[in-house]
Design a protein around this ligand. Structure first.
Ligand code: FAD
Length: 319
């Protein structure tokens, strides 16, 4: 029987939200392949809780638990994923198209001699499953077939519902992987500490563009009042006003929160590619012709330095 292997993403033993979306895609894929088995690999250290949680969603959880895998070094994790793909005779290896997944997937594909469909938006067909993926900043959608015996797939988490729990918990098995062959070794990790939720996981994102002129205080005030994350356009990150990990868009993060507020952002297609799946989009821009208004559910032609503090006050009062 075919096997679909999902690679779980975790940090310090905590599973990332995107993993549950990858499991949702993996489950759908397994069904379309005619009832393939769903396996999941998690590599890291102190994974007891994560493994137990994953067993609620997959038939078999393979756990690589060891100091060599403690830090998410892509090369080391790729070795574990390749070993697990071979051991389970996986026909498909599925990852979330997060920064981590995008780093890992091509390495896995290259080592397995597998074709890859990246940033997949939807699965098409039964038996032979094809993949819909965005091209040209989301302006075109291609349907592709991967013709190699093993296929690597990264799925956009915002396009797949998280997996529902399985009827019965799956088996948890220790899996021995050799990190010794890795040519990259972990040295240190400089963690960005923030009291705000992570951009990709946040229910609310308040994003600022060049219109802020680098002053993010009103953006941060609204984000903190609503318990949201701060995002930025590339113009802002390129100017060094905000760090690159806050960039939303084609070359940044893809987000789909319940509420996305774009303030002082024109709405270039490369920015829209990263946020147009948001449930409710609010745009604040001085220019009534700004393209952001074409995707906005609510548009405010206003100066963000006036409108954002008013919104923040109103939100604080409502709370
Ligand atoms: C290959 C490639 C990849 C790219 N990837 C990305 C990406 O991932 N993410 C991304 O964002 N961009 C990306 N870009 C860049 C993109 O094309 C735009 O240049 C960028 O998004 C513009 O950022 P902005 O909207 O902040 O700035 P601008 O386009 O300069 O817009 C600023 C807006 O602020 C408004 N404004 C000014 N002052 C105020 C005020 N006081 N109150 C209210 N509104 C005000 C203006 O009317 C204007 O609409 C990419 C480009 C390329 C070529």
């Amino acid at each position: 029987m075919a096997t679909v292997l999902v690679i779980a993403e975790q940090v310090k033993g905590q599973l990332k939200k995107a993993t549950f979306h990858a499991l949702g895609a993996g489950r759908d894929l397994a069904k379309r392949l005619g009832g393939a088995e769903l396996h999941v690999l998690v590599a890291g250290a102190n994974l007891g809780e994560a493994a137990k949680q994953l067993a609620e969603y997959a038939g078999t959880v393979h756990v690589v638990d060891g100091a060599a895998f403690e830090h998410a070094v892509a090369e080391t994790n790729a070795l574990a994923a390749v070993a697990a793909a071979k051991a389970t005779s996986a026909s498909h290896v599925v990852l979330a198209a997060t920064t981590w997944g995008k780093d890992l997937a091509p390495r896995i594909a290259a080592r397995l001699g597998a074709g890859i469909a990246s940033d997949v938006l939807a699965l098409v067909g039964e038996g032979t499953v094809h993949f819909k993926r965005a091209m040209w900043a989301g302006n075109a959608v291609a349907t592709v077939e991967v013709t190699t015996p093993i296929k690597v797939v990264t799925v956009r988490p915002t396009e797949f519902a998280p997996a529902e729990k399985a009827a019965a918990a799956g088996a948890v098995q220790a899996f021995a992987a050799d990190a010794g062959a890795a040519k990259t070794k972990f040295v240190s990790f400089a963690e960005v500490k923030s009291a705000r939720p992570e951009l990709a996981d946040a229910r609310v994102v308040i994003a600022g563009g060049r219109g802020t002129k680098g002053d993010f205080k009103p953006i941060e005030a609204l984000a903190d009042t609503l318990g949201g994350a701060v995002g930025a356009s590339r113009a802002v990150c390129d100017a060094g006003w905000q760090p690159n990990d806050l960039q939303v868009g084609q070359t940044g993060k893809v987000v789909a929160p319940q509420l996305y507020v774009a303030a002082g952002i024109s709405g270039a297609i490369q920015h829209l590619a990263g946020m147009k799946g948001s449930k409710v989009i609010v745009a604040i821009n001085k220019d009534p012709e700004a393209p952001i208004f074409q995707v906005a559910d609510y548009g405010l032609v206003a100066d963000l330095f006036k409108a954002l503090p008013e919104l923040t006050d109103a939100a604080a009062k409502l709370k």
